[in-house]
Design a protein around this ligand. Structure first.
Ligand SMILES: [Cu+2]
Length: 255
């Protein structure tokens, strides 16, 4: 009885052909495809969302793992498992921040898909390491199908959720472009003037004055009015999106 329990594990390992791929190579193919999708997404979001060093590292390491996989399957599987584990932990703050914002499709798609996809990559890596021979194609189809569906839903919902205002000639307009507040230190608002933030980026920002309780969401591609009920003075403002720590500026509120 005891011998029967341990035998299948040993036999499965021995079923691996000399090259080390799973019996039909199917889990390795699923692993390679999904890991490549995650890595490319991590890299593609860099020019879109501003440089996020941890995601850049996960993207490069993920592609390296995919490249190694055909030649050194065991190294590739373990490497991708570790990268996905680290990516799940390290990417969680960025993903969770985007999850709450369907009005900004890139942030939202990243938020909804990145952690589940990394988990599926880990499942595929473990299945390949164990020499499993079924379920790979189904997992691949469901994961990629869900991803495609979510992208469509996110893009459609972004048109419905959230709104934009038109800037009037008398407004003070602060522009965000390339994940910076353009001329952010020359911002001065006099009494009676309206402050609007025009987000020219395809991803979300916030206009946040931590000490004054101001925290306004600026969705991708939208223009939003910032309600200011502040005493005259000088205030430091930031964008509170994780990874956007370089987005800072100074606001002068006139009497
Ligand atoms: Cu930002």
């Amino acid at each position: 009885m005891t011998a029967d329990l341990t035998a299948p594990t040993t036999d499965r390992t021995n079923l691996d052909p000399p090259g080390g791929s799973t019996p039909d190579g199917s889990w390795d193919r699923t692993l390679a495809i999904l890991a490549a999708v995650v890595a490319v997404a991590d890299l593609a979001i860099q020019p879109l969302a501003g440089l996020i060093p941890p995601l850049l590292a996960f993207g490069v390491l993920g592609l390296a793992g995919v490249a190694v996989l055909p030649r050194r399957p065991k190294v590739g599987r373990i490497g991708l498992l570790v990268v996905s584990l680290l990516g799940t932990a390290g990417g969680a703050p960025f993903a969770l921040a985007g999850l709450a914002h369907p009005e900004s499709p890139i942030d939202f798609v990243h938020g909804v898909t990145s952690l589940p996809l990394r988990v599926v990559v880990m499942v595929a890596a473990v299945a390949a390491l164990r020499g499993a021979s079924t379920g790979a194609r189904r997992t691949r189809v469901v994961a990629l199908g869900s991803l495609a569906g979510l992208v469509v839903v996110a893009v459609v919902s972004s048109f419905v959720v959230g709104s934009s205002v038109a800037a009037d000639p008398g407004d003070v307009v602060l522009r965000t472009e390339g994940a910076v507040f353009v001329d952010g230190d020359q911002l001065a608002v006099a009494t009676g003037e309206r402050l609007v933030v025009d987000n020219a980026d395809p991803f979300r920002h916030t206009f946040t004055i931590e000490d004054a309780g101001v925290d306004v969401e600026i969705p991708a591609g939208r223009t939003v009015e910032v309600p200011l009920d502040l005493q005259p003075g000088t205030y430091d403002y930031i964008c509170a999106v994780p990874g956007h720590e370089a987005m800072t500026g100074t606001l002068e509120v006139g009497a």
